[in-house]
Write a protein that binds this ligand. Structure first.
Ligand code: ADP
Ligand code: MG
Length: 695
């Protein structure tokens, strides 16, 4: 244990290291800039950079990089050596304040959704000093924001940081009303639970679909799936256990508090959850974790699949976004000890209910991707409809507020809402509802829609900004009130009445829910192409603009990038499928059919008068299958070609969704059918039976 404590954060230039290594005046100046969110003084930056470099070199680093999150959703880095040649032929290691604060990568190879056409190709990266620098593979990584030369955000971190300031400002103003003048910041906190699959490298290498698209495009159901429910929390395979141990150890060195690890529901599926931290650091950590998972898997002959749906018919992977608001020593979603604290809790709770209802479309959009489309709405993940689970106790409280009724909690605590004071009530004491996309879980909310592959920045940017907006609505409503408590309760009542349709504690997987949700007027955006247009709806553009999170052009550019990304993914999947069908599967069926035909001829020659009925029936099925498959391949090729010829980004994405995707489903059906009758030896790729069940 002692060793772990020593190793934890060893590769991070964290507050402790800064205090130890920086001159105290520099440390103070840096802390002040971070707290106030102002640009760093060049003199201070020089001292910080020098000290950071000395520390990094002592820990084996040779290069540094501005580590950023372009709109591709993954992370980017370009390595520069610390090396600085001298006139006498030697070289010294150097790193200046300028190099620390700002980088100038060429932005033209990153998606910009049209911003590039209007602005210069140059971009710059700027240090986010609220997220610590760390060493990965002998490279000092400096977390940065990435912008165009004229200041438009080209990444996912910039709007996230802006949304964090927005919610901090509004939440602080609310806290002030409740007598807390002492908080300089309110932090949005996040704890992401990462699901993933581990399979054997030897199987992965034989499947082009996994290599090129991250998911299997073909594959008949295995004989055994997840019906025995023995995998969830089951004993961990020795190879997987070794992987998990190495992963934990590497993450701890990077100051990432990996806490919980277990097997998930599906065979070969697992989960890792860290201890929560501030929103932007949690997301940086999650991205590093995903990268480490892939890298460390290879040390164990394994491959880590992070796609939302690697195997059809088997549970997909999500990434639950546990989200809350905290000030030092205070969780704003924790019911308090007295009437005023409970009223404060009610205000923040109401703000979330209002935000999730008002911006349900935007939240849905933030998790929309080609991969996640396979999860949402398929009885394993929350449906594409957004609703909030509050639990019995809080729902009863909300109803009492709405109807001006006396509230009787399960703990028999009474409260008379008429007099605008709230006695204690119990925290949610009902079972957690696993089918809800957005659940209150004691002192935080759990947004369960995000897929395993996604960068959580988008979802949290929406959440932070939407709640900033509803807190602002509240502040405006009570600004001039004479009796603050009555005005607060009146606002809560009005808001909950208007937004109670979003509260749903029932079974989100049931067939009745979509019907009920439609009656309530909730949106049901089934696919990415259904969801994305919401991003540029006026009310949503206005929300981002109001809080300076995204300008109109920035929002519009993101819409373009997301659509393009969707089309590109489907184009790659379609082409890979067609390629595998033509070059691998169809020839394998043909070859096997030929073997069967030879068997028939041989049997007949060896034993005249014999009737090899079973072989003939098999040959007929194989032949029929091959014919249907040829037609399905043609149909897919035509659909892809047609989609490729469409210029307009939205119509293009729709063509992939409406025509390419169904053609892929059709081709898969016949191929999977054939997999069931072709001999194991003759089938050209490893099957689900083999991939999912290994030792
Ligand atoms: P589950 O029961 O959904 O599997 P876990 O215990 O695995 O939940 O994960 C819960 C996650 O929520 C953890 O990452 C935890 O750190 C995080 N969490 C707890 N409190 C907060 C909070 N105040 N803000 C954000 N995340 C939190
Ligand atoms: Mg969870």
């Amino acid at each position: 244990m002692g060793r772990i404590a020593e190793e934890f954060g060893k590769l991070v230039f964290n507050d402790h290291t800064m205090q130890e290594r920086l001159p105290s005046a520099t440390y103070k100046a840096l802390s002040k800039t971070v707290k106030e969110g102002r640009p760093l003084d060049p003199e201070v930056a020089n001292v910080v950079a020098h000290s950071m470099k000395e520390w990094a070199v002592q820990h084996g680093a040779t290069h540094y990089t501005h580590w950023f999150q372009p709109l591709t959703g993954i992370t980017s880095e370009k390595h520069d050596a610390f090396i600085n040649p001298q006139s006498d032929g030697r070289a010294i290691m150097s790193f200046s304040g300028k190099e620390l604060i700002q980088g100038e990568p060429d932005a033209s190879s990153f998606p910009s959704g049209g911003l590039r056409a209007t602005f210069e190709a140059r971009g710059y990266t700027a240090w986010d000093p609220t997220s610590y620098a760390f060493i990965k593979d002998e490279v000092l990584c400096i977390p940065t924001a990435f912008c165009s030369y004229t200041g438009e955000a080209l990444d996912k971190k910039t709007p996230l940081l802006r949304s964090m300031s927005a919610i901090s400002e509004q939440a602080r103003a609310v806290l002030k009303l409740f007598g807390h003048d002492d908080f300089t910041q309110v932090q949005a906190t996040v704890g992401p639970e990462q699901e993933y699959f581990l399979i054997k490298e030897e199987d992965y290498e034989k499947r082009q679909d996994l290599i090129l698209t991250g998911r299997t495009l073909f594959g008949a159901p295995p004989c055994k799936g997840q019906e025995l429910e023995e995998h969830y929390f089951g004993a961990i395979r020795p190879t997987v256990n070794e992987f998990m141990k190495e992963l934990d150890s590497e993450l701890w060195k990077l100051g990432i508090s990996a806490k919980t690890k277990h097997n998930e529901v599906a065979p070969a599926q697992h989960e890792l959850a860290p201890i929560f931290t501030t929103c932007n650091a949690a997301i940086d950590h999650n991205l590093v974790t995903m990268e480490m998972m892939k890298k460390i898997a290879s040390h164990h002959g394994l491959v880590c699949l992070q796609h939302e749906k690697p195997f059809d018919g088997i549970n997909g992977s999500g990434k639950h976004d546990n989200w809350s608001l905290g000030a030092p020593g205070l969780n704003l979603f924790e019911p308090g000890d007295d009437a005023l604290e409970n009223l404060r809790f009610l205000v923040f709770l109401t703000a979330v209910v209002e935000a999730v209802d008002e911006y349900q479309d935007l939240l849905r959009t933030s998790v929309a991707s080609a991969g996640n489309d396979h999860r949402l709405g398929a009885n394993e993940a929350p449906p594409a409809i957004i609703s909030i689970f509050l639990g019995d106790e809080l729902t009863a409280l909300a109803e009492a507020v709405i109807e001006n009724k006396e509230f009787k909690s399960a703990g028999q605590v009474r409260m008379d809402l008429g007099v605008a004071t709230l006695p204690n009530f119990l925290k949610d004491n009902t079972d957690r509802n696993r089918t809800s996309p957005f659940a209150f879980t004691g002192n935080k909310f759990e947004f369960r829609m995000p897929g395993s592959a996604v960068n959580l920045a988008d979802a949290n940017t929406v959440l932070n900004t939407a709640v900033a907006k509803t807190l602002k609505n509240y502040l405006e409503a009570v600004a001039d009130a004479e009796d603050f408590e009555s005005a607060t309760l009146a606002y809560v009542k009005k808001s909950l009445t208007e937004h109670q349709r979003i509260i749903f504690n029932g079974d989100g997987y049931s067939e009745e829910w979509p019907i009920e949700a439609e009656k309530r007027g909730l949106s049901n955006l089934r696919s990415t192409v259904d969801a994305l247009p919401c991003l540029i709806e006026e009310k949503n553009v206005a929300l981002f603009e109001e809080f300076g999170v995204l300008s109109r052009v920035e929002t519009e550019s993101r819409y373009e990038v997301k659509l393009e990304h969707y089309s590109k993914i489907l184009n790659i999947e379609g082409l890979t499928m067609s390629h595998m069908a033509k070059r691998k599967i169809a020839p394998a069926i043909s070859k096997f059919a030929n073997e069967v035909a030879t068997t028939i001829t041989t049997k007949k020659a060896a034993c005249p008068g014999i009737e090899p009925t079973a072989d003939i029936a098999l040959l007929n099925r194989l032949n029929d299958g091959a014919n249907i498959m040829a037609l399905a391949i043609d149909k897919l090729d035509v659909a892809i070609e047609k989609a490729q010829s469409i210029e307009d980004t939205y119509t293009n994405a729709c063509a992939y969704h409406d025509e390419v995707l169904p053609a892929m489903v059709e081709l898969r059906a016949v191929a999977d059918d054939m997999e069931g009758i072709v001999s194991t030896e003759a089938w050209p790729v490893p099957t689900y039976n083999k991939i999912l069940f290994y030792i």
